[in-house]
Design a protein around this ligand. Structure first.
Ligand SMILES: NC(=O)c1ccc[n+]([C@@H]2O[C@H](COP(=O)([O-])OP(=O)(O)OC[C@H]3O[C@@H](n4cnc5c(N)ncnc54)[C@H](OP(=O)(O)O)[C@@H]3O)[C@@H](O)[C@H]2O)c1
Length: 370
């Protein structure tokens, strides 16, 4: 008979875009996962900067409001202490924030056996030593640490790279179109829109970071490249990435770059006209190989797979020692709360299965010893 394995979920960033989409997907799949996978996933605690909710038998994922108390950091640590007390079900923290202070806590949480599933690329894009330390603690304690959605949302990119590393197939080069916001801007620019108009549209549609200067400086893309490169076996630091920002004004004038957009309108009009005349398209590419890591604009023939990509899609080309002539291509929708939440649930299922297996092995060991 299949016994349900109870796993307690702690959801951080519960009412953000990704956190809300995750609660919807969890609500839709909770009963089926119990039936089909023997996993009893309970939303044990949920919080954001405005409120904290906790319930010993699990919160209704779609009706948090009635359970929320005002958030304070001591209440959060107290809630974590309660859910990790000896005898409690194994637990999994799901980080749907972009908060660096939260990522600071990962090493401690992992060391205490709390599994982590994260959409927040902040932790793995820090110093190489911090990234390696997280992997080491997870391995040594047998605690799951999964972050597939941090690059390419629901596209399985990091899992295949990890598999290549484990089977000893060296990755020679990775290239990718990984930015939804910059892809959207380029599509509008090639359709004839002025740079300032395309940027205003991207902001209105919610495609950019809260500070669009982050996108235009390519800072978010550098973080994605770092995670991808490190998982592919290139142990690089952020300082090793050569960056050509999307907008020189946004990179050079952090405070008042918006006042300089008119000059960029003229520059982009010239660039697009020249590209069109040459049968080419601008693409914002992130790439790494043994010699260099780069993020920047590239002109490619119009029929190149990266140049033909519709806005919102990501595409990655992986060249390995065994796959040079015919490299591996992986692609799909690279952002959006619904697809990111779907990817998070895949990570949660894999991590929950690992925690359930660990709990069953421990209980067997205890009963043999008794
Ligand atoms: N949106 C996407 O398509 C996408 C795709 C892949 C990965 N991601 C990543 O997913 C994460 C969330 O993105 P989002 O679009 O959902 O952002 P969002 O809508 O701004 O939501 C962020 C959430 O995090 C909460 N938060 C921030 N700091 C916190 C803290 N210290 N403790 C607890 N909660 C905290 C916020 O709380 P308040 O609401 O109270 O401020 C909010 O609920 C980011 O790391 C992003 O890079 C997003």
């Amino acid at each position: 008979m299949l016994h349900d394995s109870r796993i307690d979920l702690l959801l951080l960033g519960a009412r953000g875009r990704v956190g809300s989409a995750f609660r919807e997907r969890l609500a839709a799949r909770q009963a089926a996962l119990r039936r089909e996978a023997g996993l009893d996933l309970r939303l044990r605690a949920a919080w954001d900067r405005r409120g904290l909710a906790e319930a010993s038998e699990g919160l209704p994922p779609l009706a948090l409001e009635a359970h929320l108390d005002v958030f304070d950091a001591t209440a959060l640590e107290a809630a974590i202490a309660v859910v990790t007390a000896p005898g409690s079900a194994p637990c999994l923290l799901i980080d749907c924030s972009a908060c660096p202070a939260v990522a600071d806590r990962y090493p401690d949480w992992l060391a205490r056996g709390i599994g982590i599933v994260t959409a927040n690329k902040g932790a793995n894009a820090r110093e190489l030593d911090f990234y390696r330390r997280l992997g080491r603690i997870a391995r040594q304690t047998g605690t799951p640490y999964r972050f597939e959605t941090t690059v390419g949302a629901a596209i399985p990119l990091l899992g295949p790279l990890r598999d290549l590393a484990l089977r000893g197939e060296r990755v020679r080069a990775v290239q990718g179109v990984l930015s939804g916001s910059l892809g959207f801007l380029l599509e509008r620019l090639h359709a004839g829109a002025a740079f300032s108009t395309a940027l205003a549209e991207a902001e209105r549609l919610g495609y950019t970071e809260p500070d669009p200067g982050e996108d235009l400086r390519a800072a978010d893309l550098v973080r994605k490249l770092l995670v991808l490169a490190r998982e592919a076996g290139f142990g690089i630091e952020a300082g090793a990435v050569e960056v050509t920002p999307f907008s020189a004004a946004a990179a050079a004038h952090r405070a008042d770059w918006r006042e300089r957009l008119a000059a960029e309108d003229a520059l982009w009009a010239q660039r697009i006209a020249a590209a069109r005349a040459a049968g080419q398209r601008w693409v914002m590419l992130a790439e790494v190989d043994a010699d260099a890591a780069r993020v920047g604009l590239r002109l490619l023939p119009q029929d190149h797979p990266f140049a033909r990509l519709p806005a919102g899609q990501n595409l990655v080309r992986i060249e390995t020692e065994l796959q040079q002539e015919r490299p591996l291509w992986l692609g799909g929708p690279g952002a959006g709360p619904a697809v990111t939440a779907a990817g998070l649930l895949s990570d949660v299922i894999a991590a929950a299965e690992a925690l359930a297996g660990r709990a069953q092995a421990e209980s067997k060991r205890r009963s043999v010893a008794a």
